[in-house]
Design a binder for this molecule. Structure first.
Ligand SMILES: NC(=O)c1ccc[n+]([C@@H]2O[C@H](COP(=O)([O-])OP(=O)(O)OC[C@H]3O[C@@H](n4cnc5c(N)ncnc54)[C@H](O)[C@@H]3O)[C@@H](O)[C@H]2O)c1
Length: 303
């Protein structure tokens, strides 16, 4: 099969593209190598891949001969208030609308990356009587808008699409702005880790290989929206203690203020994807964190 992967130079997209190539597929990647974090890291991620430099918000998107599109390009990050909002509009909403248009023209199905951020805090997940999820930040609002676009394109043009709400993905190559990336880098270098808030915030952390597996399997899922998240919920304090055990020494923590827009708690209910595909996350946090730390340690030469 021939697949397009957008965001192929990014954290999750590069793992996905490599997994597809390893399974014998042709993969054409698209990425604009944004400077949200050091583009040199993206060059490194894309080294073994065929990634075309395309801005999905502006350039032609050529999907000729493509059997399906994995659309992972986007502007991530919960800290999305203020002057950065145009990046979220361009890289999430506009880019996704243009990918949907191109996919309709090419007759190709789309599996794309939404986010647990559409939900806001677990305590405020929509009850049956609530109308809409309530994101805590503009990032989540753009992802939720993309989900509405999916629904509109499906009804009006017959687009076949699956949205995956990823829950806090971690592992080698994780974006350097994310907590685990900063945490394993601090341990690998022997530095302090700055924890935002008191560490009681919790997440359904999800190992990147599990996310890649769910994303590939989602090609077979009935169109719709699915949660993709780790089975267990951990607080940041639990995760830090576990990392200390793995490293053989406690993580040195400096406490910083909580960040505006961060959720207190996320919790993945994966019943829907389990029923549709039999998928559930299989990597325990201990195993995933050990792999993440060993990757980070190798990079700073302390493995
Ligand atoms: N990492 C997570 O925990 C997580 C959780 C929920 C959802 N997501 C979503 O999954 C996707 C991948 O996330 P990631 O963590 O790998 O992020 P990432 O930033 O590493 O990857 C995204 C890639 O998209 C590219 N991109 C951005 N705008 C583009 C445009 N206009 N045209 C072409 N390329 C563009 C960037 O250059 C980057 O390489 C994103 O859509 C993100 O919002 C990630």
């Amino acid at each position: 099969m021939r697949y397009a992967v957008t965001g192929a130079a990014g954290f999750i997209g590069s793992h996905l593209a490599e997994a597809l190539v390893a399974r014998g597929h042709d993969v054409v990647g698209f990425d604009s190598f944004t400077d949200y974090y050091d583009p040199a890291l993206k060059e490194e991620n894309a080294r073994e891949l065929d990634v075309r430099r395309v801005d999905l918000g502006a350039d032609p998107i050529d999907l000729a001969g493509v059997d399906a599109v994995f659309h992972l390009a986007g502007q991530p990050g919960a800290r999305s208030f203020g002057h950065v909002f145009p990046d979220y509009l361009w890289r999430n909403l506009l880019a996704t609308q243009r990918v949907f248009e191109a996919a309709v023209d090419a007759g190709a199905p789309v599996v794309w990356a939404s986010s647990s951020s559409v939900y806001g805090d677990a305590e405020r997940y929509p009850t049956p009587e609530a109308v809409l999820p309530r994101p805590n930040n503009p990032y989540g609002v753009t992802k939720l808008s993309c989900e509405h676009l999916q629904d509109t394109y499906a009804r009006v043009f017959g687009l076949r699409a699956v949205a995956l709400r990823y829950f806090t993905v971690y592992g080698p190559r994780q974006r350097p702005d994310m907590a685990f990336a900063r945490m394993v880098a601090a341990v690998a270098r022997g530095d302090e880790f700055e924890l935002y808030g008191d560490g009681s915030q919790s997440r359904s952390f999800t190992y990147v290989a599990d996310v890649v597996e769910a994303t590939i399997q989602a090609l077979e899922a009935p169109p719709g929206i699915y949660n993709v998240g780790g089975g267990e919920e951990y607080t940041m304090r639990d995760a830090l203690a576990l990392l200390g055990e793995i490293a053989g020494r406690p993580v040195r923590v400096r406490y910083g203020p909580p960040q505006t827009g961060d959720n207190r708690r996320t919790r993945a209910d994966t019943t829907r994807i389990e029923q549709a595909l039999g998928w559930h996350a299989t990597t325990p946090l201990r195993e995933g964190l050990a792999a993440h730390l060993s990757w980070a340690s190798a990079r700073v030469g302390t493995a």
